[in-house]
Design a protein around this ligand. Structure first.
Ligand SMILES: [Ca+2]
Length: 327
């Protein structure tokens, strides 16, 4: 017994003696669109992922941020959020990337900045939108592929899995993939390490009305965020029958900040299959799918298939921390 206590003490002392691990320096590529004036409320998950990333300077350090689609709006709203939530003391540069997500191979400010950053150091790219910018990077600068530690994206499915959030009445597409399938093809052909954390992994993380009530106060940032999250919840209720939303892009971030909250299929084959469109439209469409049964493809990925209990609390807790740090 005495020996056991001694060993435990020794273990805890040696844990204390370890120098704090350095944060991982990462690049964020995002199709952030929170608050965009449009016909309906707009997706908010990129904004939540950005706010969360800024709450974990011990785990991740944003080297730079690039935008894909809605270039001008995405740039402006990212600067707005950084103005409120970047309390790291470091300036985080933001670059405009592909506006259309249809022009892989065409250089832009974002791809030039990413290339420069990768020439200086190896790092992962967290790409939480269509992967057009990353495809341009690997297509035009194959010499930089070894510098990309991994590309973490929000896409893909196991075969036959419909994307039916909420009450399951409406089937939606694999947005990031379907917006620019060619760029995913370029990414996988390049041989770069890819991590997929999409619908299947994220769907049970859910932010309902009471989860965000604390943001409904008089403080500028909280109020601005609340006034975008709440309409998004109500829009989700219209579409999927539940008052709340899934913060999809937080799970690919979670792979980098809290990897133990997810379960993974490792080294799983990946393929693009063409099947009947499952979202009610006529014709066929491409599906990005993973299966250990696929023997005719060289493409491989790590596929996150489940988020464990506890991650949702981290998401909410990070929003609360971000809110408290405004005071
Ligand atoms: Ca996104």
């Amino acid at each position: 017994m005495r020996l056991l206590v001694f060993c435990l003490l020794l273990t805890s002392f040696s844990a204390l003696a370890q120098p704090a691990a350095k944060p991982r320096r990462i690049w964020l590529d995002t199709d952030i669109m929170i608050g965009m004036k449009d016909k309906t409320a707009r997706e908010v998950d990129d904004a939540i992922a950005l706010i969360m990333a800024l709450q974990h300077p011990d785990k991740v350090e944003l080297v730079g941020i690039s935008t894909v689609t809605y270039a001008d709006y995405a740039y402006a709203v990212t600067q707005k959020l950084l103005g409120w939530y970047n309390q790291t003391g470091r300036r985080i540069p933001v670059y405009k990337g592909s506006d259309t997500a249809k022009d892989a191979g065409v250089e832009n400010d974002a791809t030039r900045a990413m290339a420069k950053a990768l020439r200086a150091e190896k790092m992962p790219i967290l790409a939480i939108g269509p992967v057009t910018n990353v495809a341009t990077l690997v297509k035009n600068h194959p010499e930089l592929i070894p510098q990309i530690e991994e590309v973490v994206v929000c896409a893909a499915r196991t075969p036959g899995l419909p994307f039916k959030p909420g009450l399951g009445k409406l089937s939606v597409g694999d947005y990031n993939f379907e917006t620019d399938p060619e760029s995913f093809r370029i990414l996988f052909e390049s041989g770069v390490k890819v991590v997929l954390s999409g619908y299947e992994c994220s769907v049970y993380t859910f932010l309902g009305k009471t989860d965000i009530d604390f943001l409904n106060n008089k403080h500028t940032a909280d109020k601005w965020v609340y006034d975008r999250l709440r309409p998004w919840q109500l829009f989700n209720q219209q579409l999927f029958g539940v008052d709340g939303f899934v913060p999809w892009d937080t799970t690919p971030l979670g792979y980098l900040t809290h990897p133990n909250y997810f379960t993974y299929y490792r080294d799983i084959p990946v393929r693009i299959n063409t099947r009947a469109n499952d979202t009610g439209e006529a014709g066929t469409k491409p599906y990005l799918e993973v299966s250990y049964d696929y023997r005719d493809t060289k493409w491989r990925a790590i596929y996150a298939y489940k988020t464990l209990p506890g991650f949702e609390e981290i998401v909410i807790d990070d929003l609360k921390k971000a809110s408290a740090r405004q005071r």
